[in-house]
Ligand binder design. Sequence first.
Ligand code: KG4
Ligand code: ZN
Length: 376
Amino acid sequence: MSIRWSHGDLAARPLGLTCQHGAVPAPLTSPPPLVLGIETSCDETGVGLVRGTTLLADAIASSVDEHARFGGVVPEVASRAHLEAMVPTIQRSCTTAGVRLDDVDAVAVTSGPGLVGALLVGVAAAKALAVSLSRPVYGVNHLAAHVAVDQLEHGPLPEPCLALLVSGGHSSLLLVDDVTGDVTALGATIDDAAGEAFDKVARLLGLPFPGGPHIDRVARDGDRVAIDFPRGLTRGRDLERHRFDFSFSGLKTAVARWVEARQQTGEPVPVADVAASFQEAVCDVLSTKAVAACRAYGVRHLLVGGGVAANSRLRALTEQRAAAAGVAVRVPRPALCTDNGAMVAALGAELVARGRPPSALDLPVDSSMPVTAVVA
Ligand code: KG4
Ligand code: ZN
């Protein structure tokens, strides 16, 4: 990729050096701006530092353990945890990257979608940094950031590409023509998110929270065709009306009924088979619809992101089906798939590189920010 970046609205930084012979001319090329990204849309306080497409630091503090006994994220608990973690996480990120706050050229922050109280903590922190450092602030869309993060691992994003984002909070199919400004939502879940379904089914199988990794592990010893669980929105009128949408709440109920029926007869619940069959139903629908969308829109690159992208069966099935359709799959490493600050910094760096204008200093949070709005 040609490195595209402009100072734009960034504060001008002196580039000339001095030595004993006097001023040394500034180098013809200077490094791309340093962007600090803040993520607080759910239960992870993430602060990333990115220069161009190079990841320098990705510090994370998670409040997941505080939510475990509730079986899901409690918004107020998450907000308070963000408040406590914010300053230490910023400091940790700077220390890891070996930079000072004053070295930062621009600040990016998730301004939506997400939990409103949690978002407010991140946006307030970003504004405070922007004002105190006199740097621009970019309020960015969390979903677009999940897409942009892949650049840090696999290089420039092929555009157009299709993105399947699956996590505890969202399940979306996006057509990405320009990650900084032209993202179209092709479909989303109409009820539970994919990760939420993993977490709920894990709970009824007696597995810990968050349940996705446990189902993934337990399913390895199970038979994925043991139980024919329903595939939501994949047939007849449902499919016609919701071609690229998902539904997992019927599947979750079907698993609950199957387990209850088994318990009523006093037979043991074959946890591995239930986990494998449930996982197969989710991964079958996700991979089928993602590849179908690639075909429908003539797109040859599919990116899978979000916490559920760490699922071994989803990765394998998607690879297999995409390959058969001539579609190349990119999946960031698991630490970049789950919520983090690096993804926000990655999108911020790309916005700077493409000369996009920053947000106003009074930028709001938007808990249901549409993906068509990449910058607030
Ligand atoms: O992206 P993420 O960290 O946070 C949200 O934005 O929600 O995703 C967390 C979700 C949880 O629901 C978790 O159970 C799920 O990702 N998850 C998995 C796996 N690892 C994490 N689901 C299935 N298989 C996995 N290996
Ligand atoms: Zn996310």
